[in-house]
Design a protein around this ligand. Structure first.
Ligand code: CO
Length: 169
């Protein structure tokens, strides 16, 4: 497997609408495996194909990252569509591998219902809540060329981050 180069702002590919995946072939599988490796290496909890310069509708998210009891779970979403957003929302801190060292508060729906395909083209539906739902919304935004910085209700300065979370080790 290969660690891919993560595209950072500013880049046109981060602002483009990604194309649907039509071929569920070895090339896609290799890309997904490499995206996963790249996400883990970068200590991310999600990654979208445009972030590795592939403008196609594929994302990987880690589920259960905020749970102490449940193992993290890798989930691949191909051609995902959020078909329902909960009315209830929450505001929480986000960052992005493509926008290094910037953090901000983003309002997201508490829950989402998503239709998607897996790497073999089979279709699924999923309901996700809270932090899982937040990551899914953030990653699917990437497929529409939307970055969290354009949605943030507040961005934090380095000083504010250091005050909230302590200095870098
Ligand atoms: Co991101």
């Amino acid at each position: 497997m290969t660690i891919l180069n993560v595209v950072t702002e500013p880049a046109d590919v981060l602002l483009a609408k990604a194309k649907p995946v039509k071929k569920f072939d070895k090339k896609l599988h290799t890309l997904l495996d490499n995206m996963y490796e790249t996400m883990v290496e970068s200590e991310g909890v999600g990654i979208a194909a445009p972030q590795v310069n592939e403008s196609i509708q594929a994302v990987i998210v880690l589920l259960n990252v905020d749970s102490e009891d449940e193992e993290d779970e890798r989930l691949e979403l191909i051609n995902p569509e959020i078909v329902e957003f909960s009315v209830d929302t929450n505001i929480d801190l986000e960052g992005c591998l493509s926008i290094p060292e910037k953090f901000g508060d983003v309002e997201r729906s508490n829950g989402v219902r998503v239709e998607f395909q897996d790497r073999f083209g089979d279709t699924y539906k999923l309901e996700a809540y809270n932090y899982d739902a937040r990551i899914i919304q953030h990653e699917i935004d990437h497929l529409n060329g939307v970055l969290f910085t354009t949605k943030a209700v507040k961005m934090y300065t380095d000083e504010e981050m250091a005050e909230m979370y302590g200095e870098e080790e």
